[in-house]
Unconditional design. Structure first.
Length: 481
């Protein structure tokens, strides 16, 4: 049986095109068999037939030798006492052994059928194809064991003990090689199964990641259309409000204190209009305006001065350390929005009380030419830019949320959050060719709990062009600094 099954697998291995089998069978059924159809499988088929005929001849020779030696009558000799007399013909003992042996034999047959079915279904799996012989070896061993139990039933009434002994010898011949080969092959089989499961898990993860990316892309497309429409509609009333503000501000009867308030309101209207324009630029293929000189120290000072009053009303202290440096080539409206979003997020995390720290300073990042941090090549380069750090002493961000902070529509603020702010912040930072990183510790992780956002933006557009994908090198350099 094991030989026949192995021969079947070899045929399957030689003939990999199932359509050829279908063609052969259909031609034979219709009586229009074309011998040329065998041209592709003729060499392998001839070898298999030769081996099969050799096995048949060997079996016939063995049978002839057994018959000529007079062993057949000895195998079926009934000169002995049946087993039931050994049981003193006790019906309970006789039938207990008979039924038990019958159930065991039937179970072995079912197990063999199951192993054969599994091997048949897995014959196309390349990773374990070379191990299918194990199924058939165990199947042969199990069938032989089942046959010994069947012979136990037979010898209860018919004392053919020589035949029963022969079946046990066959079982031993099938068992010992199977045990030896399995012991030798087990380590390699375990490694193959491990590799197969690893590939399977990797494929599953890639599928889930692709599905997540697809869903995120669909969300982004919907958000783009919605945001572009809303931003376009918002700009119209903003322009109207700005015009009314201008008319009120140019009224000669306007008191001086109100003039200052209207000037601040006008600046905020212009900022809101700029935000709407930025949203449109993110989701619409319109060309972006040219970057201009931006002094981060001055811009950050202006933004923080507007936020200081709101923070003071919440009992939040604001500590700043703004170092002046050369201007960067960037988009002032984007950087303003980045600062406002991060400061307001820090205030929301604190609630009431606590401290917000803001630091800006020029910084050179020293990065190896290899993103894997290998120093074997010895190549490195320094990139000039500006560092922005915004930290708070709040409760920190839960570890389960940290990897999703910049995901569109993900929020930790409940119904009050939109899940767009940090996603926009990262988009604006990447628009400048920079990188943003976040570090956070909860009270359960450290007594120094809170959240820190680190942003690095290159000074010049030339350096920005070298950062089509800034994350690998810049992230390591910012983290190391």
């Amino acid at each position: 049986m094991g030989y026949i099954c192995g021969m079947y697998l070899r045929i399957e291995g030689r003939i990999k095109d199932r359509a050829l089998w279908c063609t052969l069978f259909s031609q034979a059924a219709l009586g229009s068999f074309d011998p040329t159809s065998l041209s592709e499988i003729a060499p392998g088929l001839v070898n298999i037939l030769k081996k099969f005929l050799a096995a048949v001849l060997a079996g016939l020779c063995a049978a002839a030798i057994v018959i000529r030696s007079g062993a057949v009558p000895a195998l079926f000799s009934a000169r002995y006492v049946p087993h039931r007399f050994c049981y003193l013909a006790s019906p309970g003992l006789v039938w207990t052994n008979t039924i038990s042996d019958g159930l065991i034999g039937a179970s072995y047959a079912i197990i063999f059928a199951g192993l054969f079915w599994v091997a048949f279904r897995l014959r196309q799996v390349t990773a374990i194809r070379s191990y299918l012989w194990i199924f058939f070896s165990f199947g042969t061993f199990i069938v032989a064991c089942g046959a010994t139990h069947i012979m136990e039933i037979v010898t209860v009434w018919v004392p053919v003990y020589p035949l029963s002994a022969t079946v046990k010898v066959i079982c031993a011949v099938a068992s010992v090689p199977t045990a030896i080969l399995f012991t030798i092959t087990a380590p390699r089989l375990a490694e193959s199964i491990r590799q197969f499961l690893k590939v399977l898990l990797t494929t599953q993860r890639e599928r889930e990641q692709a599905l997540t990316t697809l869903v995120a892309s669909e969300k982004l497309a919907v958000a783009g259309r919605l945001t572009a429409a809303i931003s376009h509609e918002i700009r119209n009333p903003l322009e109207t409000a700005a015009n009314l503000n201008y008319l009120a501000a140019t009224d000669p009867r306007l008191p001086a204190d109100l003039a200052a308030i209207l000037q601040t309101a006008r600046a905020e209207l212009e900022r809101a209009n700029g935000i709407a324009g930025n949203m449109l630029s993110l989701f619409r293929p319109d060309p972006s305006p040219n970057p201009s000189d931006v002094y981060l120290e001055e811009l950050a000072s202006t933004v923080l001065e507007l936020q200081r009053t709101d923070l003071a009303m919440r009992g939040i202290q604001l500590h700043t350390r703004l170092r002046r440096g050369m201007p960067i080539q960037g988009y002032a409206a984007d950087i303003r929005q980045i600062l406002i979003n991060l400061v307001q997020n820090a205030a929301a995390a604190l609630g009431h009380g606590g401290t917000v720290y803001v630091r800006t300073q020029p910084r050179h990042l020293h990065m190896s030419g290899d993103t894997s941090r290998s120093t074997r090549t010895g190549s490195s380069r320094s990139m000039a830019g500006y560092s922005i750090t915004i930290a708070d002493t709040g409760p920190g961000i839960a570890p389960s949320h940290r990897s999703r902070l910049f995901t569109l529509f993900f929020t930790t603020k409940g119904p009050e959050g939109t899940g767009v702010g940090l996603w926009l912040v990262r988009s604006m930072v990447e628009r400048h060719g920079g990188c943003i990183l976040v570090r956070s510790r909860t009270a359960g992780e450290s007594h120094l709990h809170g959240t820190v956002f680190n942003i690095w933006i290159p000074f010049s557009p030339v350096e920005r062009e070298t950062l089509a994908k800034p994350e690998p090198m810049i992230a390591e350099a910012v983290r190391a600094s």
